[in-house]
Ligand binder design. Structure first.
Ligand code: BES
Ligand code: ZN
Length: 618
């Protein structure tokens, strides 16, 4: 369960009022499209707001278009002006529609004279869904405040008024002012040597979709990891991060060898405070990453392989709508595996592929039929469905199947051609298939039928002959787990001394949902899982121990839940606790303390878990 699901994505409700091509945006790209964004913002920490203006360069498509329609959420708009080619500024009338819970507020700007540019003077609100504001006390080094954005999927509109659809691409530049000593970074080229003088300029010369707009600011130090890569993090974290991510240049070089040049210039990583709600976010030139992967042994750096891979699948070729998101996440998860294999060996890549395949097998049967499809019918999705595991795990499984059928050389060659062909475009699943048919399926006849392709993309479940890698280590762990549960092997006789992170994940993932309490206690006595510094292991351990009724782990679980706001690592513990009345009230106490430090998305997700549990308890 990846927990990038309906409520976090916030994209799965389909109001009929929205524009047909991308139902999660009010934009009308058949009328007018934004081609360039010029931002001028001040970071106001005391008021938790960004304050300034966005100037949009426009390409009018319909000569009769009466207005420019933008997406916004919780923005305070001061004024809107037209800026002519001669620089002349004239005020424009506008209307802000009532707030839709999912989509925010549609902003309609009357502009029948089709100005070359429109300028919106505005400020964000402190609760902006796409921003988190941290006080100095909530940071690692406690000296300065911190703020960061997370725009995917539809949160850019909470900090910039724009056409918030992945089908629309624009270049941008920005001027950002901040208090002295604060470093500001954006999803654009960043200069490690920039003076901390409160005055930052950025330029993103490649057209990007709005969900890749990103900003971060705080007490941020920089350490180089290669000729075109560096890590950015709070001073007390940056050394550890540089060590963990020291293979970044090798990863870039590996991906380039497979899929063609890295086209974005630099590849830097900003390590955020632990409240960052995701593992990673592929913001161009500056991946944002959770500190929970800094476990000291590089065992979780496939996260970097993943976010880097998005520089091809996602940022270079973008899914044109959220319904096509498997084009980003599925292809990326496949490429991630290839980078991991090249750097750390086939054994590890196969283990990660198996973890992903098993997670999907466990979940997919319980999902509504439409959500089981890689390219679902957008009309059939409702808010409670999750399409995310399918996008990642079924998507990457499809590509591994293609690789196996067509052979690595032919498939690598095909993918490289695909990245070239659609570079800097947003495309639909059908455009991808339109390219695949002549360039792969028909080019090498007899390897895979078109009907099989259709089954992968539009069918439910997992095709029967989907190939699984073999992992002798995982096989041994399966045997040991069974023997342990059957009382034939004592916990301290498990071969766990040599298990890597993925092997622990596999052992714990396949324990029964509510294992016998005595077994959990025996395991903990032997391997000291409670208090583990590895949050991937911790999340799985605490979930099972809580389900087994082991109250002794509650305080350590509470510490984990309070420290970490990453949805995928924290929500499962809330979910495990709320299953009993005593657990629910304990979880409420934990949340009361943790809430202030959580990102708005995490707060929303925890609130939803409590609401559901209380409803079920009545
Ligand atoms: N682009 C995603 C994160 C995302 C997806 C944010 C959808 C919001 C909506 C990113 O590339 C990603 O997949 N992150 C994963 C890490 C990865 C190693 C699977 C995550 O955050 O867990
Ligand atoms: Zn991804």
């Amino acid at each position: 369960m990846r927990l990038l699901s309906a409520f976090t994505l916030g994209v799965l409700v389909l109001p009929l009022t929205a524009y047909a091509s991308e139902p999660h945006s009010y934009a009308q790209p058949d009328q007018v499209v934004v081609t360039h964004l010029d931002l001028d913002l001040k970071i106001d920490f005391p008021h938790k707001q960004l304050d300034g203006q966005a100037t949009l360069k426009l390409d009018w498509k319909n000569p009769q278009a009466p207005s420019l329609v933008l997406d916004t959420r919780d923005l305070k708009i001061a004024k809107i002006e037209a800026v002519g080619t001669d620089g002349k500024v004239t005020p424009l009338k506008y209307a802000l529609a009532p707030r839709d819970k999912q989509l925010g507020q549609k902003l309609t700007i009357a502009a029948p004279a089709h100005p070359a540019q429109v300028r919106i003077v505005y400020a964000t609100s402190p609760g902006a869904s796409g921003l988190q504001w941290l006080t100095p006390a909530q940071t690692a080094d406690k000296k300065l405040p911190f703020m960061f954005s997370q725009s995917e999927s539809i949160h850019a509109r909470s900090w910039v008024p724009l056409q918030d659809s992945p089908a629309i691409r624009f270049t941008y530049d920005a001027h950002v002012s901040a208090p002295k000593d604060i470093r500001v970074v954006m999803s654009a080229l960043n200069d490690a040597k920039h003076p901390l003088n409160g005055d930052f300029h950025f330029d993103q010369p490649h057209p990007i979709p709005s969900y890749l707009l990103a900003i971060g600011a705080g007490d941020i130090a920089v350490k180089e990891t290669g000729p075109r890569s560096a890590v950015y993090a709070e001073p007390s974290v940056v050394g550890k991060a540089a060590h963990e991510f020291e293979d970044t240049e090798q990863m870039i070089a590996t991906a380039e060898k497979l899929y063609g040049p890295y086209r974005w210039g630099r590849y830097d990583i900003l390590v955020l405070p632990p409240s960052f709600p995701y593992g990673g976010m592929e913001n161009p030139d500056m991946t944002f990453a959770t500190p929970t992967v800094l476990v000291g042994d590089k065992s979780l750096v496939s996260l970097v392989a993943h976010e880097l891979a998005h520089s091809w699948s996602g940022n270079l070729i973008t899914a044109a709508s959220w319904r096509d998101i498997w084009l980003n996440e599925g292809v990326t998860t496949y490429v991630q595996g290839r980078i991991t294999e090249a750097l750390y060996g086939k054994g590890l890549a196969d283990e990660e592929a198996l973890l992903s395949a098993h997670a999907l097998q466990k979940e997919i049967g319980d999902m509504p039929a439409n959500s089981q499809k890689l390219a679902p019918d957008p009309r059939g999705i409702d808010a409670d469905d999750s399409l995310s595991d399918v996008a990642y795990d079924k998507g990457s499984w499809f590509l591994r199947t293609l690789e196996q059928r067509f052979g690595r050389d032919a498939f690598d060659n095909y993918l490289k051609g695909y990245f070239d062909h659609f570079a800097f475009q947003s495309i639909t699943t059908e455009q991808m298939l339109g390219y695949m048919k002549p360039n792969l399926i028909e080019k090498y006849p007899g390897k895979m039928s078109w009907a099989e392709v259709q089954d992968w993309v539009y069918g439910t479940g997992i095709p029967k002959d989907a190939p699984l890698p073999e992992s002798p280590h995982f096989d041994t762990i399966d045997q040991e787990r069974s023997a342990f549960l059957a009382g034939q092997m004592a916990a301290d006789k498990l071969g766990a001394k040599d298990w890597n992170t993925q092997e622990w994940m596999y052992f714990l993932d396949r324990l029964p949902d509510a294992p016998p309490l005595a077994k959990m206690q025996e395991l903990d006595a032997a391997w000291h899982l409670t208090g583990t510094p590895n949050a991937e292991i911790g999340m799985r351990w605490y979930s099972h121990a809580i389900a087994a009724g082991d109250k002794a782990v509650w305080p350590a679980a509470a510490e984990h839940m309070t420290r970490i706001g990453r949805l995928y690592l924290t929500l499962p513990l809330y979910q495990a606790l709320v299953k009993t009345p005593a657990g629910l009230s304990y979880a409420e106490q934990v949340y009361a303390k943790a809430k202030d430090g959580y990102h708005p998305l995490t707060q929303q997700a925890v609130d939803a878990i409590f609401a559901k549990a209380r409803k079920a308890g009545k």
